[in-house]
Design a protein around this ligand. Structure first.
Ligand code: GLU
Length: 391
């Protein structure tokens, strides 16, 4: 069978592939610890589970409106009101299957073949293939570990061209955890708008920031620039329900309508039972987030202190639950790059990590620390022992 070029020409998701590999090795009896996929280990708020059970009991199985029920979209609007004081209409909100489908829909409805997207690196694995699938071209804008992976306008200036259509911002960042302040976000977005670009702000980790940082968002900026900004968020990380696949977009009505048309021709509404759970999460008091933040901050401190004591160069993340240490000093002999080093660590330490190359930086690797502290400690000790053998 000859498959279409569009699918042959994209790689599989590295995060999901490594997670699957770790699961396969575990099923064969290996004591693998996976710090690969970005999946929080918390138990979600009980209201979410109760609402879903009730929905099942009540036979809530019919088709629903494609962008989500009115009630759910209103609850999505409440999110932006509650955290950022933004008055959004339900018609400016849409729900899709995770942040991923939100992004996929956005690229599909905004990019024409040949349109360029300014993509700061390190970037999350799925942006380039999604852009490619829409016919767009990713123009990677590098950042440096020495600058804490912060994006510089002078670097953006080097990559912007008459074909540029879009800038992607992702704060807190997957994979670096680097977080922009409100002022920094607005400065970058203002630059993009001055160049006539659309800004896609991927904010799926917006609530997972550590004191003294406060959640920041371009939602308030969106109010003044509705035609040029769209915000992506999701409940996967913040409410520890990644398998329910709940993502939402805040955008101009015209954009939401276009994405609704696309989703109506692809998968229709997201799962009705998941919508019931999402509604409970978004109508709640959000106290879950504070507990989650505190726990993740302790793990961040544990893991970051450990890595820096090992002598690894690793900017201290202010958000998300990833560390992105530079490991290129271990590239010697058989180990030539981040892929080889991750393969070595999987074999030798039985710890699964994601190579930096998947995020556009082969000198690093990604560690997800959203696991119990004792598991994290064990994994870090194993990594240390395996790395010591290489020196
Ligand atoms: N976004 C998470 C990660 O980067 C989940 C896996 C995925 O969708 O890529 O690990």
């Amino acid at each position: 069978m000859n498959l279409a070029e569009r699918i042959v020409n994209i790689p599989p998701s590295a995060t999901l592939a490594i997670n699957a590999k770790a699961q396969e090795l575990r099923s064969k009896g290996k004591k693998i610890i996976s710090l690969a996929v970005g999946e929080p280990d918390f138990t979600p708020p009980k209201e979410v589970k109760e609402a879903m059970l009730q929905a099942v009991e009540q036979g809530y199985f019919r088709y629903l409106p494609v962008p989500g029920t009115l009630e759910l979209r209103q609850a999505g609007a409440r999110y932006f009101q509650h955290f950022y004081g933004v008055e959004a209409k339900a018609t400016e909100i849409m729900f899709s299957n995770g942040g991923k489908q939100c992004l996929y829909n956005l690229f599909q409805v905004l990019l024409n073949p040949g349109d360029e997207v300014l993509l700061p690196a390190p970037y999350w694995v799925s942006y380039p293939p999604m852009i490619q699938l829409s016919g767009g071209i990713a123009r990677v804008v590098p950042t440096r570990v020495e600058d804490n992976f912060k994006l510089k306008i002078e670097e953006l200036e080097k990559q912007v061209s008459p074909r540029s259509k879009m800038l992607i911002l992702n704060s807190p960042s997957n994979p670096t955890g680097i977080t922009y302040t409100q002022e920094e976000l607005e400065e970058l977005a203002s630059w993009a708008i001055s160049k006539g670009l659309i800004v896609i702000s991927d904010e799926v980790y917006d609530q997972l920031v550590y004191a003294p940082f406060k959640p920041a968002s371009l939602a308030s900026f969106w109010q003044e620039h509705k035609e040029s900004v769209a915000i992506v968020n999701a409940l996967s990380k913040s409410f520890a329900i990644p398998g329910l696949r709940i993502g939402f977009v805040l955008g101009a009505e015209k954009l939401i309508q276009a994405m609704t048309k696309l989703q109506g021709q692809s998968c229709s509404n997201i799962c009705s039972i998941a919508q019931a759970g999402a509604l409970a999460a978004l109508q709640g008091d959000f106290s879950f987030l504070e507990r989650e933040r505190q726990s993740l901050q302790e793990r961040r401190d544990l893991a970051w202190n450990f890595l820096t004591e090992l002598g690894l160069k690793c900017p201290r993340p202010e958000g998300a639950f990833y560390l992105f240490p530079q490991v290129k000093d271990f590239f010697k002999g058989e180990i030539k790059n981040s892929t080889d080093l991750c393969a070595y660590l999987l074999e030798e330490a039985e710890v699964a990590l994601v190579p930096g190359i998947a995020f556009g930086d082969d000198s690093c690797l990604r560690i997800s620390y959203a696991v119990q502290q004792e598991v994290l400690r064990e994994a870090l000790n194993r990594i240390k022992q395996a790395l010591t053998k290489l020196t």
